[in-house]
Design a protein around this ligand. Structure first.
Ligand code: HEC
Ligand code: HEC
Ligand code: HEC
Ligand code: HEC
Ligand code: HEC
Length: 478
């Protein structure tokens, strides 16, 4: 009985085992099929209607495969306006910044430089190439380097460098703007920033392409400047350093969501004198950039300057849109909030998410740009931003007036017969004050990207301007 029971028992176990194995096998097969399906799904996440390659700079071609993103991209041609963002003026051309009465010192501080001729509000990406082609800043001969950030230029760089884009870019500063612009159009690449500039055509992963950025971020990695906003640089520094820091290999996806913008929204210098340069070898803070320029020599051996001020003769540094640098000094960057989080927020599209390729002011889009993280009402958020921007604007105006007074004092001292040598101290103060004032005036967030840092920089601008004024006035009393 007990034996029989045992026999029956082992047969039961045996059958049970078969069932278990069968179920397990079925499960494993199902799992494998599922994994396989997902993998191929990831690979072909997008159905491609057309092939796109490294040479496909026309966004309309990419748009056939990715219509949602292309729709957003096309909207960058629409006009946008907020208190300080977007642009005033007509759709034909944005308003001149240098003609605003409150900013009267802006035009004066650029005297001797093309920015005193034509300097307008920025607008959407769709216009970047045509606005550059039209600016009257071309009254002065501009170098081919300008196109780095205004066209989908990589195939042209590769052609000029026999396949090596970096080498090709290094040739363009010797070419005239018109020559390189014509080449881009003739080769069929006369497009503003395009999909291929931020996406790998095979995998669609975001990536950086611009030689200026790659060289700049490598200089930054090689320095010992703290970069809390870019943790992957710290990790690379602790490694063997046998290969240079490669933003496309060594960074995180989250960092890439800011790097793609850092290809253009940065301080730079270019001229026929030397290739396009991002001044990041000492770090990303305002004075780190200033130090690099102060230590740079022009081909004639003089200390670097962008222009000599037409009235005072001071050797001036012009700042250009340092969004990436100012952002890097703020609490958002430190908290891992990228440019794309605010300027290209996700939109729901059925079950999937699409990044909004209508790159514009996030204040037009607070719901998706800010309220995903900040549990405040839309109005509360707008008020917070307005408070930051108005405070910054007031400081900016004060700095501007201080700089204006400094220039007045220098001119008075000059009239009274002060020599260039005697004026040296005051002129040096003009250089420092103007670099700081312009740093925040040319940055496009009106202080928002790093409010405390912006206030510090403006306080220094006013202080240097007043110190210089005192120096100049002392000469009058002699
Ligand atoms: C936390 C959100 C946030 C992040 C992160 C951020 N921005 Fe902004 N940005 C703003 C706000 C808010 C403004 C002010 C917009 C306005 O005045 O209408 C602004 C303004 C701008 C403007 C001018 C917009 C216009 O309409 O004129 C540019 C250009 C810009 N940011 C670029 C960048 C870049 C590049 C980065 C990354 C390096 C970045 N931003 C990171 C929120 C952000
Ligand atoms: C290839 C260079 C380039 C890249 C890359 C780039 N920008 Fe721009 N961006 C520009 C230029 C140039 C303009 C001004 C165009 C004009 O005024 O005609 C501009 C304008 C803007 C504006 C103003 C829009 C408006 O409606 O006034 C914002 C905001 C902006 N960019 C944010 C970003 C962000 C965020 C990224 C990254 C996701 C980015 N940009 C990537 C060059 C670039
Ligand atoms: C490192 C990238 C970069 C380079 C190089 C560059 N730009 Fe721009 N440019 C930008 C960005 C970003 C903006 C939008 C932000 C702004 O207007 O402050 C812009 C805006 C402009 C505008 C529209 C607003 C205005 O200033 O009137 C013009 C025109 C322009 N650039 C002309 C030029 C010329 C001429 C050169 C060569 C001397 C040049 N750019 C080189 C990035 C660049
Ligand atoms: C200035 C850089 C930039 C340009 C130009 C650009 N993209 Fe993107 N794109 C991004 C960023 C940033 C993301 C978010 C990627 C991430 O988080 O991994 C993205 C995401 C995407 C995605 C993934 C799905 C999604 O929406 O998040 C697709 C597809 C895409 N872009 C298509 C395009 C197409 C098509 C164009 C040209 C019409 C284009 N992009 C132009 C920066 C850019
Ligand atoms: C991905 C999340 C995220 C997004 C998106 C975001 N923020 Fe923030 N924000 C933070 C974090 C984190 C802080 C740091 C302080 C904290 O922990 O609350 C912060 C701080 C701030 C502060 C106070 C700090 C300061 O800069 O002085 C303001 C104001 C602010 N955010 C406004 C905005 C606005 C406006 C937007 C949309 C344009 C925005 N944020 C989008 C996460 C975010």
């Amino acid at each position: 009985m007990s034996k029989l029971k045992n026999k029956q028992g082992s047969a039961g176990i045996f059958i049970g085992l078969i069932i278990v194995v069968a179920i397990a096998a079925a499960l494993v097969t199902a799992l494998l099929t599922n994994i396989f399906e997902r993998k191929s799904e990831a690979k072909n996440r997008y159905v491609r209607v057309v092939e796109v390659t490294e040479d496909t700079t026309d966004p309309a071609e990419w748009g056939k495969n990715w219509p949602k993103q292309y729709d957003g991209y096309k909207r960058t041609a629409l006009a946008t306006k907020t208190t300080f963002g977007g642009h005033g003026g007509s759709e034909a051309l944005p308003e001149q910044k240098i003609n605003r009465p409150e900013l009267h010192w802006l035009k004066r501080m650029f005297l001797g430089y093309a920015f005193s001729i034509d300097y307008r509000d920025r607008r959407g990406h769709a216009y970047m190439l045509s606005d550059q082609e039209e600016t009257k800043r071309h009254n002065v001969k501009q170098s081919g380097s300008c196109i780095h950030c205004h066209a989908s230029i990589m195939p042209v760089y590769r052609k000029l460098g026999d396949g090596d884009a970096m080498a090709g870019m290094k040739k363009t500063n010797k070419m005239s703007y018109q020559e390189l612009n014509k080449m881009a159009h003739d080769m069929g690449h006369g497009h503003p920033v395009s999909c291929v500039d931020c996406h790998d055509p095979d995998s669609m992963a975001i990536r950086v392409t611009r030689p200026g950025f790659i060289e700049g971020i490598q200089k930054l990695a090689n320095s010992d400047a703290p970069v809390p906003a870019i943790p992957s640089i710290e990790i690379w520094r602790q490694g063997s350093r046998s290969e240079p820091y490669d933003p496309n290999e060594d960074s995180t996806r989250n960092e890439m969501r800011s790097f793609v913008c850092g290809q253009c929204h940065v301080e730079y210098y270019c001229s026929s004198d030397f290739p396009l340069t991002f001044p990041w070898s000492n770090g990303l803070k305002m004075e780190d950039l200033e130090k690099e320029w102060d230590e740079t020599k022009l081909s004639n051996g003089e200390r670097f300057y962008d222009y000599k001020h037409k009235e005072t003769g001071a050797p001036i540094l012009k700042t250009q849109h340092p969004e990436f640098e100012l952002w890097s000094q703020g609490v958002h960057a430190r908290s891992g909030v990228s440019c794309s989080d605010c300027h290209m927020p996700y939109m729901r599209d059925g079950a999937s998410k699409v990044s909004d390729h209508w790159v514009r002011s996030p204040l037009l889009n607070v719901n998706r740009a800010c309220q995903t993280c900040h549990r405040k009402s839309e109005q509360e958020i707008l008020d917070l931003v307005d408070n930051i921007q108005q405070t910054n604007y007031k400081l900016l105006l004060r700095g501007g007036e201080a700089l204006n007074d400094l220039m007045d004092a220098i001119m008075e001292a000059k009239k009274a017969g002060a020599t260039a040598e005697q004026l040296n101290g005051a002129l040096e103060m003009q250089r420092k004050a103007q670099w700081r004032l312009d740093y925040i005036a040319a940055e496009n967030s009106m202080g928002f990207h790093a409010p405390q840092e912006a206030a510090r920089i403006l306080a220094e601008a006013a202080d240097y301007a007043r110190q210089g004024q005192v120096e100049a006035l002392k000469l009058l009393n002699k």
